[in-house]
Ligand binder design. Structure first.
Ligand code: GLV
Ligand code: GLV
Length: 325
C-alpha cells in the first residue's frame, strides 16, 4: 500500500539512534529526527498523513490507535531485537512491515548475561560494598562463599540466537546445558550437548536459569510463584530478555524466603520503575537494560534500522522482518 504523494517519502527516526548509518536513507527520503515521544506526537499531529517509515526505540509504543492515524505508513523499524512494543496484528492488517535488529546484538547480550551470572554466583556486588564501606578486615575462609559454576547446570529458557550464545559461554565454563524452547534445536544439542526438557524439569534441575524469550501473551509472568517454587534451592535466576516474563512480586517473595541464592536482572517489569523489595535485597544484581549497550552493537543496530527503512520506502521487502508466530 503506497499512498505517497510525488516527492520523497517522510521517515521519522528517533534522535537517540546513532546518525552515521542514515546517510543513504537521507538521499532517498526526507528523514526527520524526533526527540522523545512528545516530539513524535507533535510531528504525527502535523504530518501523520505523510509518514512512510518510523524508526523507534523499544520504549515507544506503536499500537493500533497510532497505526490508524498513519495511512501512508509502510514500515516500523524497531531499534531492538524484542518487538513487544508494536501491535503486530494491527500492523499486519494494515500491511505495515515490522522489522527488528537480530544477530548484531547477540554476542553483546550474551556477554552481559554472563556478567550477571558471575556477579550473582560470586557475590561481586556484596564484595564491592564491603570493600568500599571500609569494614573489610582481610581474607576469611568463609567470607562471601558463592556458587561453583564448573559442573553446575545452566538452563536456557528460549534457545534462540541469544540463548545459544549464552549456552556456548556456559560450555566454556564447564556447565551442563539444559533448555526449554518451543522448537527443538538439534544442532545446538549436538554442539553443546544441550538437552531439551519440559519447563518443570528444567526449573527443578538447574543451578542457573537464564531467560531468553520474547515477551508475548504466553510468556507474560511465565515465571510466577508456582514456577519459581520449582527452582532448586540456592539457584540463580537471570533475565536479560523482558521484565514482565518474571512476576517480580513472586521473585521478591522467593528471595526474601531464602529459596533462591539470587537474581540478576537487566530488565524489569515496569521499567524504569524498580521493584522496591528487589532494590532492597542484597541478593539481587540490577542493571538498567544494558544488554545490547556496546558502542559497536548500538552502531550496528542503527545500520539495521536504516537498511530496513531504505529497503521498504524504496519499494522492496524488509531485510529483517520480525518472525511471524
Ligand atoms: C533490547 O532489549 C532489545 O530487544 O534489543
Ligand atoms: C531473539 O529472540 C534472539 O534470541 O536473538
Amino acid at each position: 500500500m503506497n499512498s505517497r504523494a510525488a516527492g520523497r517519502p517522510l521517515v521519522l527516526v528517533d534522535a537517540a539512534i546513532p546518525d552515521a548509518p542514515f546517510a543513504s536513507l537521507e538521499e532517498a527520503a526526507e528523514v526527520v529526527r524526533f526527540d522523545g515521544d512528545a516530539d513524535l506526537a507533535r510531528l504525527l499531529a502535523e504530518r501523520g498523513g505523510e509518514v512512510a517509515g518510523l524508526g523507534v526505540q523499544l520504549t515507544t509504543t506503536i499500537d493500533r490507535q497510532l497505526l490508524t492515524r498513519l495511512p501512508a505508513l509502510e514500515i516500523v523499524a524497531d531499534y531492538a531485537v524484542g518487538y513487544d512494543n508494536v501491535d503486530l496484528a494491527a500492523a499486519a492488517e494494515r500491511g505495515v512491515a515490522v522489522t527488528h535488529t537480530p544477530d548484531v546484538l547477540t554476542e553483546a547480550t550474551a556477554d552481559l548475561t554472563w556478567g550477571l551470572i558471575l556477579a550473582v554466583a560470586r557475590r561481586v556486588l556484596e564484595g564491592d560494598r564491603i570493600v568500599r564501606s571500609g569494614v573489610w578486615t582481610g581474607w576469611h575462609p568463609r567470607q562471601l562463599l558463592g556458587m561453583e559454576l564448573a559442573g553446575a547446570t545452566l538452563a536456557i529458557l528460549g534457545m534462540g540466537r541469544i540463548g545459544e550464545a549464552v549456552a556456548r559461554r556456559g560450555m566454556a565454563f564447564g556447565m551442563r546445558i539444559v533448555y526449554w524452547s518451543r522448537s527443538p534445536r538439534p544442532e545446538v544439542e549436538r554442539k553443546l550437548g544441550a538437552r531439551r526438557l519440559d519447563l518443570e524439569t528444567v526449573l527443578s534441575e538447574s543451578d542457573v536459569v537464564s531467560v531468553h524469550l520474547p515477551l508475548a501473551d504466553d510468556t507474560r509472568h511465565l515465571l510466577d510463584a508456582g514456577r519459581l517454587a520449582l527452582m532448586k534451592s540456592g539457584s540463580i535466576l537471570v533475565n536479560t530478555s523482558r521484565g514482565p516474563i518474571v512476576d517480580e512480586d513472586a521473585l521478591a517473595d522467593a528471595l526474601d524466603a531464602g529459596c533462591l541464592m539470587g537474581a540478576g536482572l537487566d530488565v524489569h517489569e515496569r521499567e524504569p520503575a524498580i521493584h522496591p523489595r528487589l532494590a532492597a535485597s542484597p541478593r539481587t544484581v540490577l542493571l538498567p537494560h544494558l544488554g545490547s549497550a556496546t558502542v559497536e552493537t548500538r552502531e550496528r543496530m542503527a545500520e539495521v534500522v536504516a537498511r530496513n527503512l531504505l529497503a521498504v520506502v524504496g519499494g522492496g521487502p524488509p531485510t529483517d522482518p520480525v518472525p511471524i508466530s
